[in-house]
Design a protein. Structure first.
Length: 81
C-alpha cells in the first residue's frame, strides 16, 4: 500500500494513470479461482487491518491508480458449433 501511495503521488504530479494487476491476496484469496466462492468482500476490506488501504482509497491521488483483475468468461462465445 505504501508503494501504491508513492506511485499515486508521482502519477498525480504527471497527470498519468498507473494500471497494475491486483493480487488475489488483496481479498484474502490464494488465487482468482476462489472469486466465485461466496464471501463478503466489503467485510474483508472494512477490517481494521485494511486501514492503510482505505486511507489510500480516500486520498485525492488514488484516482490515478487502477487495479485490474483477470478476465472472466461469463459464457462461451457464439460460434458455428
Amino acid at each position: 500500500v505504501g508503494l501504491l501511495r508513492n506511485i499515486s503521488g508521482i502519477c498525480a504530479s504527471a497527470h498519468t494513470p498507473f494500471i497494475a494487476a491486483a493480487s488475489p491476496r488483496l481479498f484474502r484469496m490464494d488465487s482468482w479461482q476462489e472469486l466465485p466462492n461466496p464471501q463478503d468482500l466489503q467485510m474483508i476490506v472494512s477490517n481494521p487491518a485494511y486501514a492503510s488501504w482505505q486511507s489510500l482509497r480516500e486520498s485525492e491521488d488514488a484516482r490515478y491508480i487502477g487495479l485490474t483483475m483477470p478476465r472472466v468468461l461469463a459464457r462461451l462465445p457464439y460460434g458455428s458449433e
